[in-house]
Write a new protein. Structure first.
Ligand SMILES: Nc1ncnc2c1ncn2[C@@H]1O[C@H](COP(=O)(O)OP(=O)(O)O)[C@@H](O)[C@H]1O
Ligand SMILES: [Mg+2]
Ligand SMILES: [Zn+2]
Lengths: 380, 199
């Protein structure tokens, strides 16, 4: 698929901008702080309903404006086009329209546009906290199976309810007595936590298994030796490997919740479940975090994205590739190899501070971005 | 702490569902700054609603006398009780004409975030109604969202030892939504296809 047109209203630094796009490579070039990332971030937001830079919506709306609009016309595999529109209302519900008719919920947009975004922030996938890797997995899950966004939201909600209950009970207990019945509904929340948690864990394990060989292959192509890559899902519910079926995972989570109850009541929070899991990235015999060199860490991060790209492609529906300012971070060899590997994507959007940062393999259309203006540069 | 009457108002407001100390303070100062006529209209509306509207002593539905129209209707099946969160859900289900039993209105759903536990709902009253063995089926028609599901699970576990048939509306209702927003046909179908709850 590819984006044929992007228009933004009151998004980030843009009061209004219209950007016609084509399949193949397009580079956005301009000095820092001119609005290059803002453009590709908006495309990513339409695809994932989240920004790769911020967790909340408020920074996405132009200073002084009340809401932002992101609109993209998408040309799909079958040649049909779809118009996806999103109104971003910080603090309130966002609204989506598909082909000009209102969608029931923004999440109906998922699946219409798929992107794989590479960004300098990706290094945190390797070097950062477990939360970064959980988010990576969950975003890819949702891109593959939009239904799972509902499961994720359910899980987050149960967790919030359950943590509130535990915290209230812990406070009451410390104050001496308090409401005796505060924990009478804990069993019920346990049950719902186990149901949503098992579903989410099952989906993540399934994803990791599918992703592993693709990431390994990409890592091999990017660097010289050092592998193999092993993606090792570490669950908070058990030291042992988890069962591979839903019912088995559900049983393990249920008993882990029961076994941990005393500690959870004491601490006033939920200590087991997919919100406490990690994806340990192994490089040969060692974990990449803490052991891999800077260059190896970059190769690993890129390999995770390239693996995601291959996985989504294999599902059908070639995603739009977005490379936000990554070439400047890489050495000459990695630059060239990455460029070669993405050059034939249906649509590749690249941002760079200077034209020289864009590898020759990615020659294509070019826009200059300066002071909120996006101007097409005709080739001489 | 504020001067006497202001603090009294904040305390009273703070006892309302979903109103924390911060909101109570905000509402109190809004009222202090408001036009006296607006405040008098609010007072009037509060007094009127207390004078004119009552809740059925049996089921908790909105009523004009001691009991509601449905509890007073001898043609309704006394062996089946449908449990809902709010009176407005009774209205939605009545429109489907699928249900001939009686209701029990809980007054909300279990939600620790909003400070609502089982003791804040009309669950004790429900247990009293079930005690004499006349009721044989309990239909749990709480909202198809997480809090509604959790409330249904809680009730199902509580009633299990009583040997009742406990059922839940069939899925197909818009998940994450409110019962009152489901259309009549969908809600009617959900009633017909209700499933036995296994806890
Ligand atoms: N909500 C906003 N309102 C106005 N300007 C914003 C907003 N968010 C970011 N900006 C501006 O956008 C610029 C950053 O744009 P960005 O796309 O990240 O730059 P780059 O071209 O380096 O990728 C900064 O100058 C920042 O002040
Ligand atoms: Mg940038
Ligand atoms: Zn009644």
């Amino acid at each position: 698929m590819h984006v044929a047109h992007l228009s933004l209203v009151d998004y980030r630094s843009y009061a209004r901008v219209e950007v016609p796009l084509e399949p193949g490579v397009t580079a956005f070039v301009g000095p820092n702080g001119q609005g290059k990332t803002n453009l590709v971030e908006a495309i990513g937001y339409l695809a994932t309903l989240g920004s790769h830079r911020v967790a909340s919506d408020a920074p996405l709306v132009r200073l002084g404006a009340e809401r932002a609009y992101v609109r993209a016309s998408i040309v799909r595999e079958d040649g049909r086009s779809a118009l996806a529109e999103l109104e971003i209302n910080p603090g309130k519900a966002n609204r989506a329209r598909i082909n000009r008719s209102p969608a029931t919920r923004p999440r109906d947009l998922l699946g219409l546009l798929r992107t794989v975004l590479f960004a300098p922030e990706d290094l945190a996938l390797v070097k950062g906290d477990p939360g970064e890797r959980r988010r990576f997995l969950d975003e890819l899950l949702t891109a593959r199976t939009p239904r799972l966004l509902g499961v994720r939201q359910d899980y987050d909600r149960v967790l919030k309810q359950r943590n509130t209950l535990l915290r209230t009970a812990a406070l009451a207990r410390r104050a001496g007595g308090g409401r005796s019945g505060a924990l009478s509904t804990l069993d019920v929340w346990d049950e719902h936590l186990a149901a949503a948690g098992a579903e989410l864990t099952y989906a993540r394990l399934d994803l990791v298994a599918a992703l592993q060989p693709l990431v390994d292959k990409a890592y091999d192509a990017l660097s010289t030796g050092g592998g193999p890559i092993v993606l090792d899902y570490r669950s908070s519910m058990s030291e042992d490997p988890l069962p591979t079926d839903r019912a088995g995972i559900h049983a393990v989570l249920t008993s882990a919740i029961a076994a941990g109850r005393a500690a959870e009541v004491e601490r006033g929070q939920t200590l087991v479940g997919p919100h406490r899991d990690d994806l340990v990235l192994r490089l040969g015999p060692l974990p990449a975090k803490g052991y891999a060199s800077h260059g190896e860490s970059w190769s690993y991060a890129l390999a995770l994205r390239l693996g995601s790209y291959e996985l989504l492609r294999a599902d059908g529906g070639e995603p739009v590739l977005v490379l936000d300012d990554v070439f400047a971070e890489l050495d000459v060899t990695r630059r060239a190899r990455l460029a070669e590997m993405v050059a034939h994507g249906e649509q590749v959007l690249v941002t760079a501070a200077v034209a020289e940062d864009v590898p020759p393999a990615l020659a294509g259309a070019r826009y200059d971005v300066a002071a909120g203006e996006v101007r097409r540069v005709e080739h001489e | 702490m504020y001067e006497g009457v202001v603090q009294d108002l904040i305390d009273e407001l703070g006892r309302l569902p979903g109103v924390g100390p911060k909101s109570a303070q905000r509402i109190a100062f809004h009222l202090l700054a408001a036009d006296p006529a607006d405040v008098r209209r609010l007072v009037h509306a509060l007094v009127e609603v207390k004078d004119k509207v009552r809740f059925c002593a049996t089921c908790g539905n909105v009523a004009e006398s001691e009991q509601c129209r449905i509890c007073l209707d001898p043609r309704r099946d006394v062996a089946v009780i449908c449990v809902v969160e709010e009176s407005k859900d009774v209205v939605a289900i009545e429109k489907t004409r699928e249900f001939r039993g009686r209701y029990h209105v809980l007054g909300g759903a279990i939600s620790p975030i909003e400070g609502v536990g089982p003791d804040d709902l009309r669950i004790r009253e429900l247990m009293t109604r079930l005690a004499d063995g006349v009721v044989t089926e309990l239909i749990l028609a709480t909202d198809p969202n997480l809090e509604g599901e959790a409330t249904a699970t809680y009730l199902a576990r509580l009633c299990k030892p009583m040997g009742l048939r406990v059922t839940r509306l069939a899925s197909g209702l818009p998940v994450g939504g409110d019962l009152e927003y489901a259309d009549e046909v969908t809600l009617g179908r959900a009633f017909e296809g209700r499933r036995l709850l296994d806890v």
